[in-house]
Design a protein around this ligand. Sequence first.
Ligand SMILES: NC(=O)c1ccc[n+]([C@@H]2O[C@H](COP(=O)([O-])OP(=O)(O)OC[C@H]3O[C@@H](n4cnc5c(N)ncnc54)[C@H](O)[C@@H]3O)[C@@H](O)[C@H]2O)c1
Ligand SMILES: O=P(O)(O)OC[C@H](O)CO
Length: 416
Amino acid sequence: MASSKSKVAIIGSGNWGSVAARLVASNTLKLSNFHDEVRMWVFEETLPSGEKLSSVINQSNENVRYLPGIKLGENVVADPDVESAVKDANMLVFVTPHQFVDGICKKLVGKIRQDATAISLIKGMDLKPEGPSMVSKLIKDSLQIDCCVLMGANIANEIAKEQFSEATVGYAENKSLADEWVRLFNTNYFLVSAVQDVAGVELCGTLKNVVAVAAGFVDGLQLGNNTKAAIMRIGLNEMRAFCKMLFASVNDETFFESCGVADLITTCLGGRNRMCAEAFAKSGGKRSFDELEAEMLKGQKLQGVLTAKEVYIVLSQRGCLQMFPLFTTVHHICTGRLPPSDIVRYREHANNSALVNSDSNMVPAALPAIRSLRASRIQVQDSNNVGQCMTALPGGLSCVICALSTNSRCRNIPAD
Ligand SMILES: NC(=O)c1ccc[n+]([C@@H]2O[C@H](COP(=O)([O-])OP(=O)(O)OC[C@H]3O[C@@H](n4cnc5c(N)ncnc54)[C@H](O)[C@@H]3O)[C@@H](O)[C@H]2O)c1
Ligand SMILES: O=P(O)(O)OC[C@H](O)CO
């Protein structure tokens, strides 16, 4: 007879992936409705000793590469074959750097259990030709399964030491499924709660990485705490506006959960994006982020620089750069178009046509899209529809300004 116990697989084994495996494995031992064993997929690599990482993890019970010095729990089994790692599992935890998830999902099509369900701990989004796709949607659509998200103020090395923190599960409709994920992750030092707002939770986790890069520039320039707090506040506003632009359903309350303001604070104080951006600013923008990532993170991956680029592309395509001056300036600094010191001159750069034009190779579709968008907005302005904004953005999205302040006339019409 088939067992009714749930079986968990962790897809990813980096810094957070290893800590997530440890957390979950401590609970599967305690909770009777879970199989003890937790399989953790390892993107295989050969260590300087010549040994395979997955073998060393299984021998030492330690991820010597991404989480040295911490025992994972004897019931964590490293598996270098992703298909074999997920084969028997009905609860799939996705936790890889966001740039790899599309490829992983493609490998898993047709290879997972019929009754499988997923949760994404991945902070980032995927850009498709038709527009941005959140990672949870990518997983949901590729594998035809439900996908919750778990985000929060969760610097992995601190959770590995069992220092108290909180996290937020975002779910779409199925509250009992969300409760099952909460049970799987919740411990006395890791308090998890659930909110019905997948997009809000996931976008908070994604966008805070861009603000963390800005905070790192401030640190590198030694501009002090007031400046950093200002950048965080402005960043939070842009996070909220971006969320509302993509998903009008995002709840304001979500920003007060661990996934919102708490994650923003921790990442701007102690995250890897902040640390590498600080080094970048200290070098006057002369050292590349790729070089700094390789040197400082030793195989771990930065998400903020890539996310800043992805956000920039989305904003360009929607003709909304001028409404997100901080996000836009972070991208221009990361790509060397502006010096790091311009982080505090962010208001001057969002609508800088020379900078936008210099990016036209990167986003060839963006400039015509902006032009046609401007034309449609000017028509809206002429329609004399005062009292309710009728601005239609591509993809049927509503105007960000009016999504934030309903019943006001749309002020989001470019001057020209
Ligand atoms: N580390 C943290 O403190 C933390 C906390 C919360 C959320 N997150 C988020 O969790 C996600 C995963 O982060 P992480 O810290 O576990 O990873 P990481 O930054 O440690 O990245 C290293 C991982 O990427 C894998 N990798 C490298 N090349 C690959 C490839 N071509 N294909 C597949 N995998 C490859 C490596 O094998 C390793 O497992 C990210 O979205 C991150 O933002 C991280
Ligand atoms: O180290 P970072 O900058 O990738 O941030 C880590 C986590 O996302 C913080 O919650």
